[in-house]
Design a protein around this ligand. Structure first.
Ligand SMILES: Nc1nc2c(c(=O)[nH]1)N[C@H]1C(S)=C(S)[C@@H](COP(=O)(O)O)O[C@H]1N2
Ligand SMILES: [Mo]
Length: 419
């Protein structure tokens, strides 16, 4: 059959559709140290692994060979354990489909909504920022990064969300084998990545540089999971993502999956699991990824579950004017407390709301696709909104403004023109 030539990638010798590309950040040796997902342009619920976002807070570590990989379980347990991947594969496994979202995803929209939508509107789309190696320690930076203020403005906050399938073993399985002692309250998981947190990270989060940042010195990345979440059957230690072994950038050989909780809980490159009788003072839990009213707020709180959120992927602000007629309004929705049950759409800036079709999927931790067929007869400017409700009855938005701008789940208007 004679067809039009498909412009795109060559796959197994055949032309194919052009594939959405991630935005990569590389170090001076060309290794990927971070990336953003083109999730607006993907179809389905599982993000192809090469399109998953990548984030590393302190430093991308050196890889460990899977056959040499060992990790320890110790602390408030009857028996300490030392295990490798082969030992893990002998235990009863579990596969979990879930959304992982960086706590700082869409942070700039906090500022936009706070200003009543009068300031410049951030874009959900990927913008090109490669060449600024902003995740690297000072000595490895290729170019001078300029003053903090301009760097802080140059890093987009979007596209740090991924839907995936992870395979491993429940953390509770290991904890039960080790025998958790009464009095235990937390499980601290430590990665072997080490570094000194860059103050830019906090300045970027807060979108201001006029405050003092606590310096913990050189640390390993770690998080102290409250025992109840550690024992949840869907909290798993995973060595596979989307049907293949984990990639190094995603925490190989083994990482933690914490469905519903922000990405920073999903500890990568695990080498230590410590059961504790108190909450540990992890930097990325008591100084960063905390909510508070200001840097000086004495009452900062650890942040855990994500809110309840929907994002409109179609149409977009960037689109050319739409023709009169039928248009699909489409998007994704997810919640930190389980399944999305309802999506409502407004095409008149929030005066009236209509139920959208929520596409069936059996996985309560995964995002849902939704759509609404919009028939528009009158030319003009339209403001489209969507709001999600989850199985707990939590309606978007759930997360109040906080100075580090974490867990954004506000309702962002999409502005389109109909001709
Ligand atoms: N050991 C370790 N684990 C980590 C991090 C880290 O810096 N070190 N970053 C966390 C953060 S902030 C996020 S958003 C997720 C990102 O996971 P991904 O890179 O696989 O998308 O990993 C988390 N796990
Ligand atoms: Mo993150």
């Amino acid at each position: 059959m004679a067809g039009k030539e498909i412009k795109g990638d060559w796959v197994w010798g055949w032309p194919d559709r052009k594939r959405p590309r991630s935005e990569f950040y590389k170090d001076t040796e060309g290794r990927v140290v971070g990336s953003r997902s083109p999730f607006l342009d993907l179809e389905g619920l599982i993000t192809p692994t090469d399109n998953a976002f990548v984030n590393a807070q302190v430093q991308m570590p050196e890889p460990v060979h899977p056959e040499e990989y060992r990790f320890e379980v110790f602390g408030e347990v009857e028996r300490s354990l030392e295990l490798g991947l082969d030992d893990m594969r002998k235990l009863p496994g579990r596969t979990v489909r879930a959304v992982v979202e960086c706590a700082g995803n869409d942070a700039d929209f906090f500022t936009y909504l706070e200003q009543g939508g009068t300031g410049p509107k951030p874009s959900f789309e990927l913008s090109e920022v490669d060449g600024i190696h902003w995740r690297l320690s000072g000595k490895k930076r290729e170019k001078p990064i300029g003053d903090g203020e301009s760097l802080v403005k140059s890093i987009p906050s979007t596209c740090m969300v991924t839907g995936g399938e992870w395979t491993g073993v429940p953390l509770s399985e290991l904890l039960n084998r080790a025998g958790v002692k009464p009095g235990a309250v937390a499980v601290r998981l430590e990665g072997w990545d080490r570094g000194r947190p860059d103050p830019i990270t906090l300045y970027r989060s807060a979108a201001r540089t006029d405050f003092q940042v606590y310096d913990p010195g050189v640390i390993n990345y770690d998080k102290g999971l409250p025992l109840a979440k550690a024992m949840h059957p869907d909290t798993i230690l995973a060595w596979a993502q989307n049907g293949e072994y984990l990639q190094h950038v995603h925490g190989a050989p083994m990482r933690l999956i914490v469905p519903g909780w922000a990405g920073n809980w999903w500890v990568k490159w695990i080498h230590k699991i410590e059961v504790m009788d108190r909450m540990p003072d992890c930097y990325h839990q008591t100084h960063y990824f905390v909510s508070g009213k200001s840097p000086e707020d004495p009452d900062k709180k650890m942040m855990t579950a994500l809110g309840c959120k929907s994002v409109i992927t179609e149409p977009r602000d960037e689109d050319p004017p739409l023709a009169r007629g039928e248009h699909v309004i489409r998007g994704m929705a997810w919640s930190g407390e389980g399944e999305i049950k309802r999506i409502e759409v407004s095409v008149d800036g929030g005066n009236t709301w209509h139920d959208a079709h929520v596409e069936y999927s059996p996985d309560r931790w995964l995002w849902k696709r939704w759509s609404y067929l919009w028939k528009v007869d009158a030319p003009g400017a339209y403001t489209i909104l969507a709001r999600a409700t989850d199985e707990q009855g939590r309606r978007q938005p759930q997360t109040p403004w906080n100075f580090l701008r974490k867990h954004f789940d506000g309702i962002v208007p999409t502005h389109v023109t109909v001709e």
